[in-house]
Design a protein around this ligand. Structure first.
Ligand code: LUZ
Ligand code: MOS
Length: 753
C-alpha cells in the first residue's frame, strides 16, 4: 500500500519542518520581541548581543530592503517595530547565529529604552476611545426598530466570549534558502504559501517569480497559519538575504503562545423579541470584536460573524452591527469558524434567556424558528437544499428530546450533589470564502508513462486528510486504484496564485480543480482508446476499474496499455486546471448578495453531569447528526467532526486566556492554558452522517467539513448552564464563556443579587 499522510502520521514517520535535514552551512534565527504592550522606542541597543561568540548578525527595521510592512487586508503592521510598539510580542530585532541556542541567548541581551504609553486591552474601551479598524458594518433585514412593540416578550442583554489559543502541535517556523538567481526558496509551516510568497516579496523588494514556497505538511494550523505564518517566513528570508546562507527560524512553544494571535474575544449586546409561543420576531445585536493591535484578518472575520448572526434560525427582522476594536494585544487572527462561533454563541444566549423568561425549553424555541427552504438570511441569500428539518427529525426520532430532558429531571430530583443538564445545538455554516475573489484553485496532474499519477494542488495537508481526498477524487475520475496516485507537496512554482487552505474549502476548491484536470486527460485517453478500438463515438467509451469498456463491455485494453498507447501516440498526459466557484457574489454597498455556494448543516445534543461540590463537569454524551453531503471519505469526515467538537468544547469550557491590565498574557504556557485531553473527552460521541444527502454544489456531491462541527461545542456551555439551573433554580446565570470549573463553582454559591 502506498504510504500517505495518514499512515505516516500514525507511524510517527511524517516529516515536519523541524525534522528536515538542513544544508551544512545553515544558520539559526531567534526573534527579539517586545515584552511591553504599548510604548515608544527611544533606544535600541544590540551591542551586547553582537559581542556573543557565534552571533552573525542582529537585524532591525533599518535592514529591511523592501517595505517594512506585512499587513494583508489593511497595511497597518510592521514586520519589525521601528519607533512604536503596539503589543507585547511584537518583533523588534532578528538575531542570526551559527546555532539555535546562541541565537536565543543573544536575543536576551538586547536592551530597549522605552517611553510607556497607556495600554487598552478591552474592546469596548477601545471603541469609546475611537480605536476602530475598518468600517463599522451593519446588515439589516425587515425593520427591527418598528416591531419591538409587536413582540410579547423582549429581552436585552450582554455576553462575552473568550479568545482561544490554536495550540497546533507544530509551532510556527520557516527555513529560507538563497538561490543562485538572487531569489529564495522557503519551506514554511503555512496554510497560505502564496501569502508567504507575497509577504517575502514585499519585505525583500523582489518579484513573485524569485520566491518559491514549498510545504510538505503542517502539524496542525486551525487558522493560526492562514496569515500569521508570514512574519516568521519574512524574517527567515531577511536573514538569508543578508547572510547569503540558509536560515532556520522556529518559535518554541512559549514564544509561539505569547507572540502569535488567537481567536478573537468578543463582547456583544443583544435584544431579542418573541411571541409567547416562542416565535422569534426581531433580533438586534452589536459585536465588539477585540481585534488586537493590527487588522490582520479581523475585518474578514467580522464579515463572517455578521453573516452568521442568526445561526440556524429564520428571523424576519434583524439588525446586526460589527465593530473591530483596536487594542494593545497581539493581532487576533483566523481560527476554525472564523467569527461564526462568536455570532452563534450570542444568538444561542439570547434564545436561552428567552426560554428562561417564557418558561419553556430552549429546544422548543430553536425548533420553532429553524430555517426552512427559501428563508432569507439578513445578507439577502435564500436558503437552498436546507436539511435542518430533516436532521432535527432524525435526531428526535432516535433520541426523543423530551425523554432525555425528563430523565435528567428525574436524576436531578434524586441527586443533590450532582446535576445533569442538556442542550441542543443546531449549526448552519456558509461555505465559501466571504471574499469572492478567493474562491478559486488550481491543480496540475501528470499521468506518467508507467500509469502512475502525480497530483499537485494549492491545498495544504495539515492533518485534515485533504491529500487523501485528492487521491480519491483522481481515482474516481480515472477509475483506477488509489495506490497508483500520489499527491505531491504544495509548491508555488507548480500551482501558483493559491488561496489559503482555509474556510473549510480546501477539498471543495482544490478537489474540483483535480476533477477538471483529470477529466481533461481522461478525454484524451478516450480518444486514444477510440482510435485503438475503431470506435467513432468516444461517449461509448468508459474506464471501469482500470479496464476500458465500450458500451459497458470490457475490452482487452487496460489502464497500463492504454497509457502506453497514448504515450506512443504522443498524447499530452499532463493537464493543468482551474476552478472558480460559480454564481457567488456580494455587494458591500447594499450589504446584500449570495456570498456562499451552500451551507453545511447539523445538530448536536449534549448532556453533562455537574459536580456541584467541586464545580467540575463530565460530558456524558454528544450525539451529532451532520449533513456532509455524499462523503468522499466518511472516516476522515468523522475525524473532523470529533476533532472540531472537542476543540469547540475546549473554547467554551476550560481554555481560558487571561491578560494582565498591562497587556501581558498570564496563561502563556501549557501549564496554565488547558486544552481538552482524553479524560475531558465526552464519554460517548456518536456521529450520524445524513444519508441520501447529495450536494450538487461541491465536488462529487460532497460538502465541506472542517469548521462546521466546531460550533457543536457551544452546546456544552448551555448544557452546563442547564445543570447549574437545576442546582440553583432561583438563579439566572449571566456568565461569559469559557465556563471554567472555577467560574461554575463561584456562581453556584453566589448569593442572589
Ligand atoms: N479565511 C478567509 C477564512 O480569508 N475568508 C473566509 O471567509 C474564511 N472563512 C473561514 C475560515 N477562514
Ligand atoms: Mo481558517 S479559520 O484558516 O479556515
Amino acid at each position: 500500500m502506498k504510504l500517505t499522510d495518514i499512515n505516516l502520521h500514525t507511524q510517527g514517520q511524517a516529516v515536519f519542518l523541524d525534522d528536515m535535514t538542513l544544508l551544512s552551512n545553515s544558520l539559526y534565527a531567534s526573534v527579539f520581541c517586545s515584552s511591553t504592550a504599548h510604548a515608544k522606542i527611544s533606544k535600541l541597543n544590540i551591542q551586547e548581543a553582537l559581542k556573543l561568540d557565534g552571533v552573525k548578525a542582529v537585524l532591525t527595521s533599518k535592514d529591511i530592503p523592501g517595505e517594512n510592512q506585512i499587513g494583508g487586508i489593511i497595511q497597518d503592521e510592521e514586520l519589525l517595530a521601528d519607533k512604536h510598539i503596539h503589543f507585547a510580542g511584537q518583533p523588534i530585532a532578528l538575531i542570526i547565529a551559527d546555532n539555535a541556542k546562541t541565537a536565543l541567548t543573544a536575543s536576551k541581551k538586547i536592551k530597549l529604552d522605552l517611553e510607556p504609553l497607556p495600554v487598552i486591552i478591552d474592546p469596548r474601551e477601545a471603541y469609546i476611545n475611537n480605536h476602530v479598524i475598518g468600517p463599522i458594518r451593519t446588515l439589516e433585514i425587515g425593520a427591527v426598530d418598528k416591531v419591538w412593540n409587536q413582540c410579547d416578550c423582549v429581552i436585552e442583554g450582554s455576553v462575552d466570549s473568550g479568545g482561544q489559543e490554536h495550540y497546533y502541535l507544530e509551532r510556527q517556523g520557516c527555513i529560507a534558502v538563497p538561490l543562485e538567481s538572487g531569489g529564495f526558496k522557503l519551506y514554511s509551516s503555512t496554510q497560505a504559501p502564496t501569502a508567504v510568497q507575497k509577504a517575502v516579496c514585499k519585505v525583500l523588494g523582489l518579484p513573485m517569480n524569485e520566491i518559491e514556497v514549498e510545504v510538505n505538511r503542517l502539524g496542525g494550523a486551525f487558522g493560526g497559519k492562514e496569515d500569521q505564518a508570514n512574519p516568521w517566513a519574512a524574517l527567515a528570508a531577511l536573514g538569508a538575504y543578508h547572510l547569503g546562507k540558509p536560515v532556520k527560524l522556529t518559535l518554541n512553544r512559549h514564544e509561539d503562545i505569547r507572540y502569535t494571535g488567537k481567536r478573537h474575544p468578543y463582547s456583544s449586546d443583544f435584544k431579542i423579541g418573541l411571541t409567547t409561543e416562542g416565535q422569534i420576531y426581531a433580533y438586534e445585536v452589536t459585536f465588539y470584536q477585540n481585534s488586537g493591535a493590527a487588522a490582520d484578518l479581523s475585518t474578514a472575520i467580522m464579515e463572517r460573524t455578521l453573516y452568521h448572526t442568526t445561526n440556524s434560525y429564520y428571523i424576519p427582522n434583524v439588525k446586526t452591527t460589527g465593530i473591530c476594536c483596536q487594542t494593545n494585544l497581539p493581532p487576533f487572527t483566523a481560527f476554525r469558524g472564523f467569527g461564526a462561533p462568536q455570532a452563534m454563541f450570542v444568538i444561542e444566549t439570547a434564545i436561552a434567556r428567552a426560554a428562561e423568561k417564557l418558561q419553556m425549553s430552549s429546544h422548543t424555541i430553536q425548533k420553532m424558528n429553524l430555517l426552512k427552504e427559501g428563508d432569507v438570511f439578513p445578507y439577502g441569500m435564500a436558503v437552498k437544499n436546507c436539511r435542518l428539518a430533516r436532521l432535527w427529525q432524525e435526531a428526535e426520532k432516535q433520541y426523543n428530546f423530551d425523554n432525555i430532558y425528563e430523565q435528567c429531571r428525574q436524576f436531578n430530583k434524586e441527586n443533590k450533589a450532582y446535576k445533569k443538564g442538556v442542550a441542543v445545538m443546531p449549526v448552519s455554516f456558509g461555505v465559501s470564502f466571504t471574499n469572492t475573489m478567493m474562491n478559486q484553485a488550481g491543480a496540475l496532474v501528470h499521468v506518467y508513462s508507467d500509469g502512475s499519477v502525480g497530483v499537485s494542488t494549492g491545498a495544504i495537508e495539515m492533518g485534515q486528510g485533504v491529500n487523501m481526498k485528492m487521491i480519491l477524487i483522481a481515482a474516481r475520475v480515472f477509475s483506477i486504484s488509489s495506490d497508483r496516485i500520489k499527491v505531491e507537496n504544495t509548491n508555488t512554482t507548480r500551482v501558483a496564485n493559491t488561496s489559503p487552505t482555509a474556510a473549510s474549502s480546501g477539498a471543495d476548491l482544490n478537489g474540483q480543480a483535480v476533477f477538471l484536470a483529470c477529466g481533461n486527460i481522461l478525454e484524451r485517453l478516450k480518444r486514444v482508446a477510440a482510435n485503438e478500438l475503431s470506435i467513432n463515438d468516444i461517449n461509448e467509451i468508459e474506464i471501469k476499474d482500470e479496464v476500458v469498456c465500450v458500451n459497458n463491455q470490457k475490452t482487452d485494453l487496460n489502464w497500463l496499455n492504454l497509457i502506453l498507447k497514448a504515450f506512443q501516440a504522443r498524447t499530452n498526459l499532463s493537464s493543468q486546471a482551474h476552478y472558480a466557484t460559480p454564481s457567488i457574489h456580494y455587494d458591500k454597498t447594499i450589504e446584500k448578495g449570495e456570498p456562499f455556494r451552500y451551507h453545511a448543516y447539523g445538530i448536536a445534543i449534549t448532556q453533562v453531569t455537574l459536580d456541584c461540590i467541586r464545580g467540575t463537569y463530565d460530558i456524558d454524551f454528544v450525539k451529532i447528526f451532520h449533513d456532509v453531503g455524499k462523503s468522499i471519505n466518511p472516516l476522515i469526515d468523522q475525524g473532523q467532526i470529533e476533532g472540531g467538537l472537542l476543540q469547540g468544547i475546549g473554547w467554551m469550557t476550560i481554555e481560558e486566556l487571561l491578560y494582565h491590565d498591562d497587556g501581558q498574557l498570564i496563561t502563556n504556557n501549557s501549564s496554565t492554558y488547558k486544552i481538552p485531553d482524553i479524560k475531558f473527552t465526552p464519554q460517548e460521541v456518536e456521529v450520524h452522517l445524513l444519508t441520501q444527502a447529495e450536494n450538487p454544489y461541491a465536488v462529487l456531491n460532497s460538502k465541506a467539513i472542517g469548521e462546521p462541527p466546531f460550533m457543536y461545542g457551544i452546546g456544552c456551555y448551555f448544557a452546563i448552564i442547564n445543570a447549574m439551573q437545576a442546582f440553583r433554580p432561583d438563579m439566572a446565570f449571566r456568565i461569559s464563556s469559557p465556563l471554567t470549573p472555577e467560574k461554575v463553582l463561584t456562581e453556584l454559591y453566589k448569593s442572589k443579587s
